[in-house]
Design a binder for this molecule. Sequence first.
Ligand code: MOS
Length: 734
Amino acid sequence: MNQTLFPTPSGTMGPALPRYEGRAKVTGDARYPSDVRLARTAHAYLHTSRIGRGTIEAFDLSAARAVPGVIEILTNETIGGEIRQMPAIYQGGYLADSAQPLGSADVAHWGQPIAMVVAETYEAAREAANRIGVTYRPHAALAADMDAAEASEQALDPISFGVGDFAAAYEAAPVRVDARYSTPAQHQNPMELFATQCAWEGDRLTVHEPSQNLNNIRFGLAEQLGLDAEKIRVVSPYVGGAFGAKGFLTQRTALVALAARRLGRPVKLVATREQGFTVSGYRAETRHHVQLAADRDGRLTALRHEGWELTSRADSVAMGAVSMTARLYACPNIIGRVNAVGADRSTPGFMRAPGEMSYGFAMETALDELAHALAMDPVELRRVNDTPVEPVGGLPYTSRSLMQCFDAAAGAFGWHERTQAPGSMRDGDWLVGWGCASAFYPAQAGNSAARVRLSADGRVHVSSAGHELGQGMYTMMAQVAAEELGVPVDRVTVSLGDTDLPPAVVAGGSSSTASVAPAIMAACDAIRRRLGIEDAPPASVMPAMEASGMGVIEEFAEARAHGQPPESIQGLYRGMALPTGGAHLPSRVQFALGAQFVEIRVHARTHEIRVPRAVGAFAAGRIINPRTAHSQLVGGMIWGIGSALHEHSEIDTRNAGYVNANLADYLLPVNADVVDVQAILVPEEDRLVNRAGVKGVGEIGVVGVAAAISNALFHATGRRLRDLPIRLEHIMST
Ligand code: MOS
């Protein structure tokens, strides 16, 4: 074990155990949903639209049908009425978007699935899909992005709020910042592609699909196909990366299920990397207007943050993280506003820290601009505005360790050696810049259930239909049960990723551990009650088990998350288990917080940008496993580097298609771009947030990195770049 790979546990942290499923993964034993081999499988391939908005006038399927091995071609003309249109999650439904799969001849966006070929082999299906002829009638007016004349803007009432008198305070202030920022469309690009396999046995359907939300697929598909959800099983023991892209049911699943039913044999679809850009949601482009005002000591007197987010025509989606950026610092006069701008694009969705990344970039860069205007150290600016109470509703934070994070990261980074003037830290031909920013993410949880079985020989089995996305779910579940029952962790086995197991929250919103750990704890409580040792320490469980003469005790338990009403527990059994928390609770706010520090180097002649080191420190309540948590945070910080300097889904405004929908042209940080990334775990105890004391670490690592980089770039060059991604050509042209 290399101790430098993860921090030594401290405070209330649990042991840094190795990953439960690590051996299965590195030896290839772990079978992902597309690895499952079913007898007589037929292979599906999507054909996606090549226009942005319009109508299909005619298909020519003759050449496709002539390809040897083709069995079936589904289009809006051949599909029949077997798949119902159902609402998207934004209207209370299950689907990632509200389109009906192959529902009509209308094309709403580039890359929309308009046909699916099924053939004996993948190659035959692909060949036939490529031979499908389509005559389109494109709509004359196309809005590819927010700048298009045809784009439509709407303010969102639920995300519009204020306190105090912003306008008067802003006008009266001696120091002000007024700036606009933007972030581009980005795609999650998980390594594992969007795969679905469906197999029927009589009237029972099994779906093998990588998912962050198994029961969402089960119940959504039941509605679409008019089936009893009890007849559908969804299996996904491993997910090869998701990052929000596998959170909700997409159009492909019902098509594969329908084809498998028609053919009477299993059907397998693996969408291509390019198709992955439009078959699920993505991080939509955003724009921001931030106005800050402060007194000469740096105390904020007025703060206004307005955001615009691109969405589809069909679904009004906005992440609206102004609900957090307006609540991070003490300030008496605040306005927050969010607008959705509809365009002819696929419906956006969730991508790791969906709104926090982009809104955080805007707010945390604006704060750096304010620090510069005040000639104040940016860390000290955060310190004078630190607050135990959020400023909009006056609610207390359950815990807040923002400045502890700043101090820990600043110390490790060596921030005290920074000289304040832009351009003052030049090293030969390299302009050196140091920047920092806050990281934040709502601490959320949803309802979950779990089952725990204790055997007289000391073995424990724990199960819940949670999701292993690579974040460490198996390991966490084993650790919590071992700790509660006082058995060694190597005596614990875990089942997850199967709708036959007790239902769990969506693996989204960094909420899995905060939601499922309390359910496991409740099941262990029930075991202790059965043994009549309710309040005894874990070490007395096994002696009591032996004394009881019982062979096995198995208990099922539910845990309802704080802020969820009693009736919400029913939703758990209908695939409706969504997390809440953050700024959306009536009596308190609960955020995980952190601090990001970055050094960048800009070459004085070529403008090449390098990030030689990044240091983050994070306080997220109890850390169950410092090894997996650390790995999540480092991964998030690397995403942050990508979000600032590399990632950009580039749009061809003529057809609203993505021109770089592949991993050669969609730039991501690689090893040479990521030299030294350090994530510090700041011990934090939060007894309120949930029974496990866990805030979650899945997404906070990405938040604030882009601002720290843009702030460092200003420090290096004196140039303030407010539009992501920041590339060398942008430095040349300013
Ligand atoms: Mo995460 S973007 O909430 O799956």
